[in-house]
Ligand binder design. Structure first.
Ligand code: PLP
Length: 226
C-alpha cells in the first residue's frame, strides 16, 4: 500500500481528538512529500540534524516534532523551528531549550518524557522528578518554554497486558501532575502509542500517537547507527 493509503487508513481509524505525528526518521524527503501531499502536516524525527535538513528542504507550514533523546548541545540547531519536543527528561535540558528559544523570540512546547517501560535502555523521568520540576520556583523563570504534557514509550514486548499497564500508568501520572494545578501550566497532551500499539494507547487515553512504519514502511538501519 502507498503512503497516502496508509495515512488515510490510520486517520479514519483514530478519533478526532487524537493527533497523528508521522514519524519519518531515516526516510527520504520524497516520502515525506508524499505524506505532505496527502495532507499530513505534523512530522516527527529523532535526530536533530536530520530534522533540520528536512526542515530546510520542505514547505514551511509543517509542524516539526523532536521525538528522540535530546542532547543539550544540539538544541540550538532546532530552536528556530521545532514546535514540540517530546523527550524532555531533565531540568538542565529545559533551561537550555528556554535559552535557545529566547534567542529566537519563541516559546517552545515541551513534553516530559516519563519512564514507564521496564527496559533500562529507555529514557525518562519518574513522577517524582516531574512533579518536583513543575513545582519548583526555578521553572517559573523559564518564560520561553511551555510544558504541555507527557510522553512515554511502552516496553517492547508481546505481552499486551504489560503494555496496557504501562500506558495506564502514564495516564495516571498525567492526571496526578495535572492535579498539582501549577500556575500557567496547561497539561493537555499524552503522547503515547506507536505503529504496534497505538490502538491500545488510544484506549488508555492517548491524545497523540507517533506512527512511523505503518505509514512509511519498515526502516532500513543497515548503514545507520540508530
Ligand atoms: C521510531 C519511533 C516511533 C515510531 O515507531 P514505529 O514503530 O515505526 O511506529 C515512535 N516514537 C519514538 C520515540 C520513536 O523513536
Amino acid at each position: 500500500m502507498s503512503i497516502k493509503e496508509n495515512l488515510k487508513n490510520i486517520k479514519s481509524s483514530i478519533p478526532e481528538h487524537v493527533t497523528l505525528v508521522a514519524v519519518s526518521k531515516t526516510k527520504p524527503v520524497s516520502d515525506l512529500m508524499e505524506a505532505y501531499h496527502a495532507g499530513q502536516r505534523i512530522f516527527g524525527e529523532n535526530k536533530i540534524q536530520e530534522m533540520a535538513n528536512k526542515f530546510g528542504d520542505m514547505p514551511k507550514d509543517i509542524e516539526w516534532h523532536m521525538i528522540g533523546h535530546v542532547q543539550r548541545n544540539k538544541v540550538k540547531y532546532m530552536a528556530d523551528f521545532v514546535s514540540l519536543i517530546h523527550g524532555v527528561d531533565n531540568f538542565k535540558l529545559l533551561q537550555e531549550i528556554n535559552k535557545q528559544a529566547k534567542k529566537h523570540n519563541r516559546i517552545i512546547d515541551c513534553l516530559f518524557q516519563i519512564k514507564i517501560a521496564s527496559e533500562d535502555s529507555k529514557f525518562g523521568m519518574s513522577f517524582e522528578d516531574a512533579s518536583e520540576i513543575l513545582q519548583s520556583t526555578k521553572v517559573l523563570e523559564l518564560k520561553n518554554i511551555r510544558i504541555t504534557g507527557v510522553m512515554g514509550m511502552a516496553t517492547f514486548t508481546d505481552d499486551e497486558s504489560q503494555i496496557k499497564n504501562e500506558f495506564n500508568r502514564l495516564k495516571f501520572i498525567f492526571n496526578a501532575l495535572k492535579a498539582l494545578q501549577i500556575d500557567n501550566c496547561k497539561l493537555q497532551t499524552i503522547s503515547m502509542g506507536m505503529s504496534g500499539d497505538y490502538p491500545l494507547a488510544i484506549e488508555c487515553g492517548s491524545t497523540m500517537i507517533r506512527v512511523g512504519s505503518s505509514i512509511f514502511g519498515l526502516r532500513n538501519y543497515s548503514n545507520k547507527s540508530n
